[in-house]
Write a protein that binds this ligand. Structure first.
Ligand code: C2E
Ligand code: MG
Ligand code: MG
Length: 764
């Protein structure tokens, strides 16, 4: 569509100008380089059309890129940028003829027509590329009006096509040169990538889709020269199924220009069916166009490197004693199991946390080598007791964790825990020694599908801790209640540590009375904890925590030195014959403390107390738990001159038959028997205990005496000593000092006038 501006009609701008410019750039035509072939074609055009001048013009936008003119009339050069015909030719897409411009409204006022050189005749044909872009025009002109014969029109078309063919030829030769240059530019990189140190070389013609593999490539995978064809599938079909996608992606990414070269590590199947790891690298060759027509590269055998990488990875992710997955790998697998469970709603899985019972004891008494062997055997047993798909890992020390996948219901997890415990039950024979191993197991079931792996493992751990508290070889299922009580327990533990630092502990004393003399013969030291927020906390509650955390050692030592110091002060203030005694409770955990005897000896020494004034109270279960060392420890205590009481007698194994093997001075009958003494049967038990103790030469103390009836009964049973609320609650040292005085003990130096009895003290 023409636009009229002022006196002349301006030719419209052709569409697709951008495409035209782009197409032109590929021909690289410019005025600076005369193209003889084009000049020749222009000359031919003039000749065929009997025109005084022919003009070949190529332009981009309003910029003329090339002009060739030929013909006799050298004065006819004016047609150029302002050439009014040019745009019309381009738009016409075919031969465009103006027989007499001076009578044509479109051109008559143009200076070329109206003034010099006075153009009258014009015939032009556009130059159209194979892609359909008009690059310019080939035209003939005359200063005389005339017509163009149809054979001349055909000739013009043919010549225009010849011009385009020339240009195409030129473009191709440029591209060829360019790819050579590209190769040269990249020579170093190319050498590195394509011809890498003597490896199997391949060259892929992307246009014919044929690939040449060098003999080294073929032999690398165990093939002979003739066994591999030229189809790319010779390579692709041998790539490990898991690697195919990544290789193809790497090739595509390079061909699309997203990566500077192709590089991929993948497995290729050998002739013998095994796989070989290779590093494959390649470089595509682009023409001046957009698509690559060739790609070449090489392979390097990296099987050894991969194997050592895999070994390293294995080492990093496995425990080196048992070869089981370690915590890192376990957590990874757990995460995946959770992800899977999220997708299939009805699958259930469980995490088992397993801790060997008494492993420290095994290690300490049989040595670390045996300890390691035990761990190894346990690992194998765990492996065999699992189904395929489950995983067992060693988290460290004697801790193992198991993921049970695809369970139908919670019962399956419990069954697995029972199976494991059954599996572990038979003793291990280690160098002729029988070692019994059991494990406490905590089970956490994944019910909500958005559990975190860490949470699950921690829940299983918490449940295991619970199981352990119930004794050996048990399992526990995690539930919220467990979580809460555990948090409270952890809080208690940290408070205990602070309690020690902040001096929140006190020793209270409860008197022990002789029914013969009605005098206080001594005291039991009982620990008290005044918590700043929670107030008074019973030793029954915090001593187990202190034992669990090992803090009992420190606390127990403090109680001992405090009690010794206090007794020494009272003995000095209230001298008597025999002197007052103090009983200090010793926990089973302290019993296994290696330097126990030494610490007790030193503490007594520091207090200046005579060892015979100290009694150590120990329970039956503490003895049983330390059965191997108990006899020796008790013997050593005896040798120091310390006396020994068996506490809470009757609640544990209650087997007097073994008691004579231990150097026990006093039996403390548990208060549960005293409380039930109204029952003839229970009274009979107490009588038997007292009689037996007397036979074995032991004293007997009745604990928890709360009523006068009990006192009367005990007197009748020949039980000499009593302790209980009826006589006094445990009280602090100040109150106890006053009680000692009130009960008739005279302060040192004072004259004893009349022997006093304790009667006045007690209300019964
Ligand atoms: P135990 O050694 O059997 O101490 C006697 C417990 O019975 C004390 O409880 C005492 O207050 C309580 N008792 C005394 N007379 C009566 C009575 O007539 N009726 C009733 N119902 N109870 C009575 P306590 O002080 O709460 O101590 C509880 C346990 O905590 C002790 O039992 C002992 O096993 C342990 N314990 C206390 N202090 C220490 C300590 O310093 N070290 C260690 N390892 N354990 C301690
Ligand atoms: Mg006691
Ligand atoms: Mg007791």
């Amino acid at each position: 569509v023409a636009v009229t501006i002022g006196r002349m009609t301006v030719a419209p701008m052709p569409d697709g100008e951008a495409a035209r410019i782009e197409a032109l750039s590929r021909y690289r035509v410019s005025h600076s380089e005369p193209l003889k072939a084009l000049d020749e074609l222009a000359r031919l055009a003039a000749q065929i059309c009997f025109a005084p001048i022919a003009l070949l013009q190529i332009s981009a936008g309003n910029r003329s890129l090339y002009r060739a003119k030929a013909g006799a009339r050298s004065d006819l050069i004016g047609v150029s940028l302002e050439d009014p015909f040019y745009s019309w030719v381009i738009l016409s897409r075919d031969v465009f003829v103006v027989p007499d411009a001076s009578v044509d409204a479109r051109f008559r006022s143009d200076p070329l027509v109206a003034a010099h050189p006075g153009i009258r005749f014009y015939a032009g044909v556009p130059l159209i590329t194979p892609e359909g872009c008009a690059l310019g025009a080939l035209a003939v002109m005359d200063t005389e009006p005339r017509l163009l014969s149809s054979s001349q029109a055909d000739a013009l078309r043919t010549l225009a096509a010849a011009v385009v063919a020339q240009l195409e030829l030129r473009r191709k030769s440029f591209e060829l040169e360019e790819s050579k240059k590209l190769l040269a530019d990249n020579k170093e990189r190319y050498e590195l990538i394509v011809r890498g140190a003597g490896d199997g070389f391949w060259d892929w013609n992307l246009e014919t889709n044929q690939i040449q593999f060098c003999p080294r490539w073929k032999s690398l995978f165990g093939y002979g020269e003739d066994e591999i064809g030229t189809h790319p599938d010779e390579w692709f079909k041998r790539i490990h199924p898991e690697d195919v996608e990544s290789v193809q992606a790497a090739i595509m990414s390079h061909l699309l220009g997203l990566s500077p070269h192709f590089q991929s590590e993948h497995r290729v199947r050998n002739h013998d069916g095994t796989y070989r790891w290779v590093l494959s690298r390649g470089l595509a060759v682009w023409g001046a166009g957009r698509s690559a027509h060739r790609m070449a590269g090489s392979v390097i055998d990296i099987t050894d490197r991969k194997k050592s990488e895999e070994a390293l990875l294995h080492e990093v992710l496995h425990d080196n004693l048992t070869g089981l997955p370690n915590r890192a790998l376990f957590m990874d697998r757990l995460k995946r199991a959770l992800e899977r469970a999220r997708h299939c709603r009805d699958s259930l899985f469980a995490v088992l946390f397993l801790d060997l019972d008494r492993f420290k004891f095994i290690n300490d008494s049989f040595g670390h080598q045996v300890g390691d062997e035990v761990l190894l055997r346990v690992a194998r047993k765990l492996e065999t007791s699992l189904r395929p798909g489950d995983m067992v890992a060693r988290l460290g020390g004697d801790e193992f964790a198991i993921v049970l996948d695809r369970l139908r219901h919670v019962g399956d997890a419990i069954a697995a825990a029972e199976r494991i415990q059954r599996e572990l039950a038979p003793p291990l024979n280690l160098n002729g020694q029988e070692v019994f191993v059991s494990a406490s197991i905590g089970i956490a079931i994944s019910l909500s599908h958005d559990d975190l792996p860490e949470d699950l493992l921690r829940n299983a751990d918490t449940a295991m801790y619970r199981a352990k508290k119930q004794g050996r070889g048990r399992f526990q299922l995690f539930d919220e209640g467990v979580r809460e009580s555990t948090t409270a327990l952890l809080q208690l533990e940290s408070d205990l540590r602070w309690g020690l630092v902040r001096n929140e502990f006190r020793v209270y004393y409860q008197p022990i009375i002789s029914l013969d003399s009605w005098r206080i013969i001594g005291f039991e030291a009982l620990l008290r904890w005044q918590h700043p927020e929670l107030g008074f906390i019973s030793p029954l509650k915090f001593i187990p925590v202190a034992e669990e955390t090992g803090l009992i050692v420190e606390i127990g030592q403090w109680v001992l030195s405090e009690a010794c110091r206090q007794l020494r002060a009272w003995q000095d203030e209230f001298p008597s014959d025999p002197p007052l005694t103090v009983s200090v409770n010793l926990s089973g955990k302290q019993f296994s403390q290696p330097n126990l005897i030494e610490i007790i000896r030193r503490t007594i020494g520091e207090s200046g107390l005579d060892p015979s004034s100290l009694k150590i109270e120990i329970t039956e279960s503490a003895i049983i738990e330390n059965i191997d060392s108990a006899a020796a420890i008790l013997k050593q205590l005896k040798e120091l001159g310390i006396r020994i009481s068996l506490d809470d007698f009757g609640t544990g194994y209650s087997s007097l038959s073994y008691l004579h093997r231990f150097p026990i001075d006093t039996l403390k009958i548990d208060r549960s028997f005293i409380a039930r003494m109204k029952e003839p049967k229970d009274a009979e038990i107490v009588r038997t205990i007292v009689a037996l103790a007397n036979t074995l030469g032991m004293d007997v103390i009745a604990e928890g005496v709360e009523t006068r009836e009990q006192i009367i009964q005990l007197t009748g049973l020949n039980c000499e000593y009593v302790q209980g609320y009826l006589l006094s609650q445990p009280i602090d040292s100040k109150a106890m000092r006053d009680l000692i005085e009130e009960s008739g003990y005279k302060v040192a130096g004072q004259q004893i006038t009349t022997p006093q009895t304790a009667n006045s003290l007690y209300s019964y």
